[in-house]
Design a binder for this molecule. Structure first.
Ligand code: PDD
Length: 314
């Protein structure tokens, strides 16, 4: 997730995780020592935001989960409908009002051997954790700093696997440099995406640019939400294409998108001011349009706040 792990109030009664059919206290949750997710990162994941008790962009995350699983021939651990029920139950048991829901599906446990086993039973893990909304909103108000790093990842970044070491290294580099995110640069000087976000710029001419979908980037669910929200507004000055780091330095505005932060303004890249060095008007407007669009879509998936407070935790 791109948001720093700022914990809000602890969950009364403690956090609850879901592992393979059981809800267990977070600290006691575990998987098999030979789980292929652990040994080979033979495993995919999703991170969904929960805002005011509502799951945001749920269908987009489930669509991508299914795409990632299909690409690796990992079985869906259960049907989509029961999966939705487990997601809601995990939110409810954690009394999660504002936070992140994490889902992971691995190819299950087997004697360690590289080839994919002929048959498997997937492991499904879900955890939930509160986030400090005020900290995220402060980031949105102040903007974030970005530094760049070479994109040393593999050739299938469109699959949301837990093989995230290159992302982890880039993010650590950013934090050590006092930045919030790292933008990854391919061998030709083009920005691919952030270590855990999609990258966007607004050119001097007011054109919104974000990289086209390909195996080189993750098809962000928030990215899609932003594009859909803007299409509804009839905004069509959008180019889905690769942009260079030089273009990014010269941009009027820049921002990142992810489930954990929504739309976050970028105010500097490698220490150089972007535009006026403050969050820009276009970025603010795009955030507002996306937030309204995503909230409206999430209405139907509401787990209302009163339920969260009244129902017993276990
Ligand atoms: N990160 N690109 C990468 C490499 C990502 O890891 C993510 C998500 C995104 C944005 O995707 P979405 O809008 O669907 O969140 C782009 C999640 C939040 C994470 O790893 O925690």
């Amino acid at each position: 997730m791109s948001a720093a792990p700022v914990h809000a109030r602890p969950v009364p009664g403690g956090r609850i995780a879901y592992v393979d059919g059981r809800y267990v206290p977070h600290a006691a949750a575990s998987v098999h020592v030979e789980d292929r997710g652990l040994q080979f990162a033979d495993s995919i994941y999703e991170v969904c935001a929960v805002l005011d008790g509502r799951l945001m962009d749920e269908e987009g995350h489930l669509d991508r989960l299914e795409r990632s699983l299909a690409a690796l021939a990992i079985n869906m651990p259960m049907g989509r409908q029961p999966l939705r029920a487990v997601m809601r139950e995990t939110i409810r048991r954690n009394r999660l009002k504002n936070g992140m829901l994490y889902l992971q599906v691995t190819r299950g446990s087997h004697k360690r051997d590289h080839p994919m086993p002929a048959a498997h039973r997937s492991t499904l893990i879900m955890t939930a954790r509160p986030i400090n909304i005020a900290a995220v909103e402060k980031r949105r108000l102040d903007g974030i700093a970005v530094v760049t790093a070479p994109d040393i990842r593999w050739g299938r970044c469109d699959i949301k696997t837990t093989g995230l070491l290159a992302n982890v290294m880039a993010k650590t580099h950013a934090r050590k440099a006092g930045a919030f995110e790292a933008w990854l640069i391919d061998g030709h000087g083009f920005v691919t995406e952030g270590a855990s976000t999609n990258a966007w710029i607004v050119t001097e001419e007011g054109v919104l640019v974000t990289r086209h979908l390909s195996p080189n980037i993750l098809a962000g669910v928030t990215r899609l939400g932003v594009l859909n929200a803007l299409a509804l507004e009839g905004f069509n000055a959008i180019e889905e294409r690769a942009f260079t780091l030089e273009e990014a330095y010269a941009a009027r505005e820049a921002f990142v998108t992810s489930a954990s932060g929504g739309v976050l303004p970028v105010i500097s890249i490698d220490g150089r001011r972007v535009g006026e060095g403050a969050p820009g008007a276009a970025t603010r407007r795009i955030h507002r349009l996306y937030a309204e669009f995503a909230r409206a879509a999430a209405e139907s998936s509401a787990v209302c706040a009163s339920q969260l407070q009244q129902r017993p935790i276990l």
